[in-house]
Design a protein around this ligand. Sequence first.
Ligand code: AMP
Ligand code: ZN
Ligand code: FE
Ligand code: FE
Length: 291
Amino acid sequence: MTTLWNEFYCDLHTHTTCSDGVLKPAELVQAAKNQKLRCVAITDHDTVAGVKEAKQAGEQIGVEVIPGIEISVIFEPGTMHILGYFVDPDSSALQTLIHEVQQARNERNLSVIKQLNLLGMDISFEEVLKEAGGGQMGRPHFAKVLIQKGLVKDRDQAFRQLLGKGAPAYVNKRKITPAQAMGVIKESGGLAVLAHPIQLGIKPNSEEFRNLISQLKQDGLSGIEAYSSCHTQKQAKLFKKIAIEMELLVTGGSDFHGTNYGAELGNMGDGFCITDDVVSRMKEVLKKQTV
Ligand code: AMP
Ligand code: ZN
Ligand code: FE
Ligand code: FE
């Protein structure tokens, strides 16, 4: 039986084959429709290549598609990803940033191969490129090839022992500061939101965390992705509280990469869902935003 209430639900964090997701943009929008989602944001890593196809599919089948991007930025000790919503994919500022980031990614990918070869692993750039299937090549594709070749047993081992931050074949590719990324998102007509803050590697209830969010807000941040498949219910509650206290939007997304590949579409952990009113609030903030 279909459930009507699903039709108010949205997923604000998804990946397609244009980065490291499994579904093509149009397939992802169809999957959102099948899940009875009203709205889905396409937030591929460092690219907007999937936005047009997704938008077109959304118009045909009646799903609102929010054009988005997830930008990896310079940050220590953990990982910082900035989500950009409602960006104009043709904006020259965004295209320039994407170009720079893609170059750094290509160089990084070549260095990772070098490192893996130095570690005695028989793996080539071409093999990983083929695994990426024409989409943007990333570490999950390295992991897949390493598994196929029997060099590691699973994805977890691939990241823990080789590809993850601090591991011997990890190579930093980040060239953009959080302020730069948020500036470009705004310049391209978008709204900047901090993705899965637990990955920052900073205790959420610390002074350091609040200071960081306060700085990000000064630099253009509009919201926090409190609800994420990366967060426990307790963490989500805390991030929501902090966002409200700091007058930032509370958003959420599954970080869907494909079925049987982490979180399912529309699932942001512990059964929580993002409803229409969140998207309406985002649009209101965007209307008032000045670059
Ligand atoms: P890249 O953008 O090429 O550096 O790859 C980033 C992607 O790798 C993320 O979106 C995750 O899907 C995946 N990833 C990063 N760290 C891990 C990890 N420790 N375990 C599994 N997957 C990871
Ligand atoms: Zn990803
Ligand atoms: Fe991310
Ligand atoms: Fe993501």
